[in-house]
Ligand binder design. Structure first.
Ligand code: KG4
Ligand code: ZN
Length: 339
């Protein structure tokens, strides 16, 4: 059995995890989130410098938690894309250095495949067929997945404009809630009434693509509402917006399951940490007889364990390591686990 060291630096989290044979041995996370808050979004140069400073201590923290040393590491996996170029480069360079120094194979992996693999750490291998809804800060996609590392991943739909997480972040800013917007809205919504304001459910008309996603119009609708009602309760706005997103995401994910005759739905990515999305998805899946799998909250947002998890799946599948000169790719569609 091989201990896989996973490294994630695609955005503002420096994540390191150790996984062996599907089991998370330990992980550690450093975040530069606080340094970006006053800019209202991630500043790539600040993120890159923070990754550089956090890398070695975070690797050692993960090893300590796993009760392992570098000598126990048998393979290294790293997020090669998509993500912020400057941030990705730090992780890829570090991973290459560790792999070279330890003389072990190196795997450059797709960040979103990592998000999906995170769920296997909690719920075991994915079934033969599943629908995976990826909802993160940069992506919103419905995928048909057979085997995460063996078969090409089929995209049933990708957002036409903003990603769900991006919408959370922008709407939070509109109503004066702090960055990152997702957790702020989630918190504010708990004190609000989800039925006080009904925001539009985008692309749910009779002639719209049944699995299509679009969040930019919803964000504009919130902006208009706030403009017209400057005294509106921010908690009600947050709750109404969150309800619209949860409704659309879960309705379309269930539709994808039905259309494809698949009875497992997996929801992953940072937005899968949202309490209302988790709750409504569970309600609707139970009613439809569909098994819902969502990773525990701390494995939904970016982390190193998920990258170690997809690396471990590749290692156990006998996948060929990445060439030593592979580079980070900031924009790349998810087709397979490896880049
Ligand atoms: O997957 P992730 O950590 O990074 C990317 O790969 O993009 O996702 C980050 C996104 C951010 O937009 C953040 O606001 C959102 O996930 N997010 C949430 C929650 N926690 C994080 N959105 C809604 N509710 C949450 N509780
Ligand atoms: Zn992510």
């Amino acid at each position: 059995m091989t201990v896989v060291l996973g490294i994630e630096t695609s955005c503002d989290e420096t994540g390191v995890g150790l996984v062996e044979d599907g089991v998370l041995l330990g992980d550690a996370l450093a975040s530069s989130m606080a340094e970006h808050a006053r800019f209202g979004g991630v500043v790539p140069e600040i993120a890159a410098r923070a990754h550089l400073q956090a890398m070695t201590p975070t690797v050692h923290a993960a090893l300590a938690k796993a009760n392992k040393t570098l000598d126990d590491v048998g393979a290294v996996a790293v997020t090669a894309g998509p993500g912020l170029a400057t941030a990705l480069h730090v992780g890829v360079a570090a991973a290459k250095a560790y792999a070279l120094a330890l003389d072990v194979p190196l795997y450059g992996v797709h960040h979103l495949a990592g998000h999906a693999a995170a769920d296997t750490l909690e719920h075991g291998p994915l079934p033969g067929r599943s629908i995976v809804l990826i909802v993160s800060g940069g992506h919103t996609s419905l995928l048909k997945v057979h085997d995460l590392v063996r078969t090409p991943i089929e995209h049933l739909s990708d957002t036409l404009d903003d990603a769900a997480g991006e919408a959370f972040d922008k709407v939070a800013r509109l109503v004066g809630l702090p960055y990152p917007g997702g957790p702020s809205i989630d918190r504010a919504a708990r004190a609000g009434d989800p039925d006080a304001i009904r925001f539009p459910r985008p692309l749910t008309g009779r002639n719209d693509p049944p699995l299509g996603f679009s969040f930019s119009g919803l964000k504009t609708a919130v902006a208009r509402y706030v403009e017209a009602h400057p005294d509106a309760d921010a908690n009600d706005v947050a709750a109404g917006f969150q309800e619209a997103v949860a409704d659309v995401l879960t309705a379309k994910a269930l539709r994808a399951c039905r259309d494809n005759d698949i009875d497992t739905l997996v929801i992953v990515g940072g937005v899968a940490a949202n309490s209302r999305i988790r709750g409504l998805a569970q309600e609707r899946c139970t009613a439809a007889g569909i098994e819902l799998r969502v990773p525990p909250m701390r494995l939904c947002t970016d982390n190193g364990a998920m990258i170690a998890a997809i690396g471990d799946l590749l290692v156990r599948d006998g996948a060929k390591p990445s060439p030593p000169d592979f580079a980070a790719i900031p924009t790349v569609e998810l087709r397979g686990a490896q880049l």
